[in-house]
Write a protein that binds this ligand. Structure first.
Ligand code: FES
Length: 164
């Protein structure tokens, strides 16, 4: 009586298919440096635009930045308390800032409909509120002063679930 074929086949497989015995090449582990959220390039000496953030404790923080930098990137680069939950896609209101000077506010581009929709959800909305991620520094905005609101509203799906 011969042994069942099903038992012998796995034992013979390496002999029948020698290519399965090839050594598996060892791949080295490669790593890359972790990327920071922002990479703002400091402006050349004497060419920076000034922006001041007023934090929740009313402390003023002034930075020298480049034209084209947006307020969210600046705030996060300098560890100001601005969450930016949606990563700057105008889909939250956690980058809400209040422009201190109405004249400066008038120099900014009009907010888009998306930005206005999100601003409607912002905590402590004012006439000069903007989403920081949507405001880019320009020469006209040199000297801008913005206040960080005392709170931000970060809506999550759990906010809409029924509480027991
Ligand atoms: S970071 Fe979400 S709207 Fe600005």
């Amino acid at each position: 009586m011969s042994p069942p074929r099903l038992l012998i086949r796995p034992l013979l497989r390496p002999l029948l298919r020698p290519h399965l015995l090839r050594p598996i090449p060892i791949r080295t582990l490669t790593t890359t440096l972790p990327r920071a959220h922002t990479h703002l390039t400091p402006p050349p000496p004497g060419e920076g635009l000034k922006i001041t953030f007023i934090d929740k404790d009313s402390t003023h923080h002034t930075f020298s930045v480049c034209e084209g930098d947006n307020l969210l990137d600046i705030a996060q680069e300098y560890d100001m308390e601005m969450e930016g939950a949606c990563g700057g896609s105008a889909a939250c209101s956690t980058c809400h800032v209040i422009v201190e000077d109405e004249g400066m506010y008038e120099k900014m581009e009009e907010p888009s409909d998306d930005e206005n929709d999100m601003l409607d959800l912002a905590f402590g909305l004012t006439e000069t509120s903007r989403l920081g991620c949507q405001v880019k520094m320009t020469k006209e905005l040199d000297g801008l002063v913005v206040r960080l609101p005392s709170m931000t509203r970060n809506l999550q799906s759990s906010d809409f679930s029924q509480k027991k």
